[in-house]
Design a protein around this ligand. Sequence first.
Ligand code: TYD
Ligand code: MG
Length: 462
Amino acid sequence: MARASVKYVCQSCGTTHTKWAGQCGDCGAWNSLSEEATQSAGPPSKSLTSGKGRRVELSSLSASEPPPVRVQSGIGEFDRVLGDGLVPGSAILVGGDPGIGKSTLLLQAAAAIARTGAKTIYVSGEEARAQIRLRADRLGVSDTDVLLAAETSLRDILTTLEAEKPALVVIDSIQTMWSDTIESAPGSVSQVRACALELTSFAKRRGVAVILIGHVTKEGQIAGPRVVEHMVDTVLYCEGERGHQFRILRAVKNRFGPADEIGVFEMTGTGMKEVSNPSALFLGDRDERAPGSVVFAGIEGTRPVLVEFQALVAQSALGTSRRAVVGWDSGRLAMVLAVLEARCGLQLGAFDVYLNVAGGLRISEPAADLAVAAALISSYTNTAVPARTVVFGEISLSGAIRPVAQSGARLREARKLGFDTVFAPPRGEGKDKTDADAVRIEEFDELRNLVERFDTDADPGA
Ligand code: TYD
Ligand code: MG
């Protein structure tokens, strides 16, 4: 017999507690417990091994299975992030801050898929049909056959989907959906979990690609994140700064493609436009001769991307110096600063340090260490980095510069965009020496040597 009882569920991680507490003992979130009625199953009536189960079909690992036939939307950057198109029967979660452009992008994607002749349904629990049509007009997709529903009842939605048998369903958003089998309010973890489970199992059962849009809490997590992220095949995050027009769609988990792949878009008056050459865009209006500005040759997913790091090292007016970072890890900055102090003799304690990645991109590669160090030294010495130079390399705590993966791809991208000098770690014997003739490579094996490069070889034009 199932009985309803009151439980306290953490709205951040979904853990159930029997008593209310100010902090979730599991994930450490504060004020996240809320009361929810949950169905607890009674004690099992009989042992599971009593022989009443159904034999499940077992098949050999070596049995060959054809690769899934993917559906391409034709929006190159969107397909790229998914690992070259949508896999039928997959469940995808697209998260992001409110207003970042999730509904816009997915309406465009739905329209693009509908244009290929696949039946596409867009269910909105947030906007009325008229509002979605207005948006479609603005995006120039109102002539497509996307079927709209403004509905929040999961039971009604699933009944409709079972009858319609679409190829793609977009649910905007999972937090507005509501299942009548659960007593708690829409948006609570129990509801989000139940609705996501129903929709993902529908996706698997019927071979329908289901895209769930999810809002992110102010801490940067999708409400009920762990529960939903584990259920779906692919998790994409839509990132970007409000003040910038760039939007990055990043795969943080993908069972059908590489994780960490990014798609780059530009938010325009008529929707999201894909940017197929992000390097050119990120470096668009850069002042080459400004001290503190350094171009990093990075790899995002499977693609090389050049981005600008900007550093400002300024005498601190206050007793305690400030360190502020946008777009990079502050712990990593602290490490680079410590290595510059301890191994290279730079006295940075009395200086404020600001570091910014231009264009609103977030970089997580350790290969950016050397670019960050170069930007810091360049600002500290008030000396511009030589023109048309890119930098990459990882710094170890000893001050040694370590080689990084895919240096060939980084060099090719740099050359493609008109750069002719590279500050890089030494490349071992027999390593990828391609393009060595096209770009001049200055190899640094110690961070100390990079500091000396600035002191002794100051660019007189700066
Ligand atoms: P939206 O897709 O509604 O965001 P989300 O679903 O993630 O909450 O995007 C809303 C913002 O995008 C809003 O501030 C207006 C802007 N926008 C454009 O700049 N161009 C457009 O063509 C559209 C439709 C929206
Ligand atoms: Mg929206």
